[in-house]
Design a protein around this ligand. Structure first.
Ligand SMILES: [Mn+2]
Length: 447
């Protein structure tokens, strides 16, 4: 049913059930998450539905909420399809009228008789590293109509956006990539993991990786390239092997020099997935989708994914704007540093929508690697907290989800997430108390 992708039997069966249900539904509502994976998944499912002449309406949401469920209930849909969300909300979904399909890769809470839930975790496939929402979306779209294979590159961008490609594509994601390569929709080649039209721009405008002393500093980049006799105007893809290797080693040295973890330095060279029909790499597309979502232009991201050339230019300027905002703040962190406690470091981020990204990039590329980083944003009477650690710190016992949850609950707030990245919301007046309790929790974990 899904071309040459081999799935565990139960997995394949439930994709088949979902596609049969979709096929026989009338009015279909599709709701997806607004990040790169969610937008890609939404676009892929939209493409599959259009290919089999289904009527549908697609929207992106910041997250699952009771408000949203209430609004959907009033629309009189025959079917609601949730992408990249829903597995944690079976109670709310069971209360909805009409049929409900969930394609989600987050840890499922339970099964449901009413909700048709397709979640890789239920079939022995890891939803953190082997299959994300846009992988599931492609399986559904292909089951609906085989022509949907043409959307495999979009699905791959979602996978990259979800960072499931780290350390190489695995399992189901790998199968999608192999099939896309066979169908000549994508080429895969190990090369420098930078984005941008020219070598100079690729380094000077790079926030991920962030090169201390080069990112955001055009003059320094020109001098750096001159010292290697590299023409700054060279398109990134046209660098010959000699210069590509030279540049890779110089940039690796810089990352090591700024204290990055070895696994971060290794990411400088990755499997770059080129999408010839779009003249973009999957990482580029993921980046564009991410900027569209962050700046509230999700439908532009969908249009771009579905091949709208005009959308590309517009999405490009959104990306520049979004990157500019990140760069501005990272440069300040680089020069001014952050606040230190014994076991953690923290900073204030004025724009809460940027806090998670800033916190992650600063942790990975700029700050002290021996302590996790917290980013605090004040929103009216509350403080929103984002936090990031490193895989290394997690291997030493760090669990930010536990630390933030207990510290937040101790001051009447809420918190949770993953060991390596977690969030919390606390009452404004409790900031210092929260920080102190978080710091002692992290101190105990890393003992
Ligand atoms: Mn996702």
């Amino acid at each position: 049913m899904s071309g040459s992708v081999a799935l565990p039997a139960k997995f394949s069966e439930s994709i088949g059930k979902a596609s049969d249900a979709v096929r026989s539904a009338g009015r279909i509502r599709v709701v997806s998450h607004y990040d790169a994976d969610g937008i890609a998944a939404g676009a892929v499912v939209a493409g599959g539905l259009a290919a089999c002449d289904k009527q549908f309406h697609l929207t992106m949401a910041k997250g699952f909420s009771d408000d949203m469920v209430e609004r959907l209930a009033k629309e009189g849909n025959d079917m609601v399809v949730f992408l990249d969300m829903g597995s944690g909300q079976m109670d709310a979904l069971e209360g909805m009228d009409g049929s409900v399909v969930v394609l989600d890769h987050h840890q499922p809470v339970r099964k449901s008789k009413k909700v048709l839930q397709v979640n890789p975790h239920m079939y022995g496939v890891d939803g953190m590293t082997e299959c994300c929402a846009s992988t599931l979306a492609l399986l559904l779209a292909v089951a609906l109509d085989l022509s949907s294979w043409r959307l495999a590159p979009v699905s791959l961008a979602g996978i990259v956006g979800d960072r499931q490609h780290m350390g190489g594509m695995k399992a189901l994601n790998r199968q999608v990539l192999d099939e896309a390569v066979d169908r000549k929709l994508v080429t895969a080649q190990k090369s420098l993991n930078l984005k941008g039209p020219t070598v100079e721009k690729a380094i000077a405008e790079s926030v991920d990786p962030y090169f201390v002393g080069l990112s955001g500093r055009r003059e320094n980049v020109l001098a750096f390239l001159d010292s290697m006799s590299v023409d700054p105007e060279t398109p990134l893809g046209s660098l010959d092997e000699f210069y590509q290797r030279k540049l890779t080693s110089m940039l690796s040295l810089r990352l090591m020099g700024q204290g990055c973890r070895p696994e971060t330095v290794e990411e400088l060279v990755t499997e770059v997935l080129w999408i010839p029909s779009m003249d973009l790499s999957a990482a580029d597309l993921a980046d564009l989708l991410n900027a569209c979502g962050r700046l509230d232009h999700e439908s532009l991201g969908v249009a771009l994914s579905l091949g709208d050339r005009g959308a590309l230019e517009e999405a490009g300027s959104l990306r520049s704007e979004y990157n500019g905002r990140l760069m501005e703040r990272l440069l300040v962190i680089e020069s001014d540093g952050v606040e230190h406690m014994d076991s953690l470091q923290y900073l204030e981020v004025d724009e809460p929508s940027l806090a998670g990204a800033i916190c992650g990039l600063a942790m990975q590329y700029i700050l002290d690697q021996s302590k996790p980083t917290l980013a605090l944003s004040t929103v009216s009477s509350e403080v929103k907290v984002s936090s990031r650690g490193t895989k290394y710190l997690v291997s030493k016992g760090l669990d930010l989800a536990a630390a933030l949850r207990s510290a937040a609950e101790g001051v009447g707030g809420v918190g949770g997430g993953h060991a390596v990245a977690a969030g919390a919301t606390i009452p404004g007046g409790k900031r210092d108390e929260f920080l102190a309790s978080c710091e002692s929790a992290v101190h105990r974990q890393l003992g």
